[in-house]
Ligand binder design. Structure first.
Ligand code: AMP
Length: 220
């Protein structure tokens, strides 16, 4: 079966972005991170960006309709021929139901990356992103060779505003309230599995690949 839709679930700081990038490279899939699309819109100062800037800076969720439109535009019909990794969507039950509708008939696999809650804040506070190539580092666990600069492209790394402590704590609260029900929604499905996100990046990746192997023909 081809064109799979791989949904990556997990709390902020669970490593969805890092694992999504690795999956996309290995399986030659498209990558859709709603957070990245929204951050880009804020940077550009577009109409969408103006609507969501304050919400994102406060660590709250952007209205379902706005994010679902982004997803619909990018993945409906045959737009992602090679399949896609969804990173950061769905985050509410409403979004999960919408995704069911627009992807009905397609192959869907849901991966939940679980990380102990006390680790998440530490992960978020240490995270540094490359604004140029998107590589994610962590000053505690996976620092760049040269402090503050990306190993891959040399750009200066940034700390996302919403990774600072207060906002990060709010994001975790919102996750528990809004997104945990999405896990319940999927957890009884056959094509749902969990990966232990407390491990090193490569070990988490191996576990995800292993889990996908039984579901997807293209994973060898
Ligand atoms: P992320 O990069 O996935 O952590 O997303 C950063 C921020 O973008 C979130 O804290 C939300 O404000 C917003 N966002 C991203 N994806 C969604 C979504 N599926 N639903 C609502 N808001 C979202």
């Amino acid at each position: 079966m081809s064109h799979p839709i791989i949904v990556l679930l997990g709390a902020p700081g669970a490593g969805k972005g890092t694992q999504a990038r690795k999956l996309v490279d290995k399986l030659n899939l498209a990558h859709l991170s709603t957070g990245d699309v929204l951050r880009e819109a804020v940077k550009e100062g577009s109409e969408l960006g103006k609507q969501v800037k304050e919400i994102m800076e406060a660590g709250e969720l952007v209205p379902d309709q706005l994010v679902s439109e982004i997803v619909y535009e990018k993945i409906s019909g045959d737009k992602v021929q090679q399949g896609v990794v969804l990173d950061g969507y769905p985050r509410t039950l409403n979004q999960a139901e919408f995704l069911e509708e627009v992807t009905s008939g397609k192959e869907r696999v849901v991966v939940n990356i679980r990380v102990d809650s006390e680790k998440l804040l530490q992960r978020l506070s240490g995270r540094r992103d490359c604004p140029n190539c998107g590589t994610i580092f962590n000053v505690h666990f996976s620092p760049p060779f040269k402090e503050d600069f990306c190993d891959l492209c040399g750009a200066r790394l940034i700390q996302r505003k919403d990774d600072r402590n207060e906002v990060a704590a709010e994001r975790l609260r919102v996750y528990r309230e809004e997104t945990e029900p999405v896990i319940e929604f999927y957890s009884t499905r056959e094509s749902y599995f969990e990966a232990d996100g407390n491990q090193d990046v490569m070990d988490v990746f191996e576990e995800i690949i292993e889990g996908l192997r039984s579901d997807l023909a293209e994973v060898s």
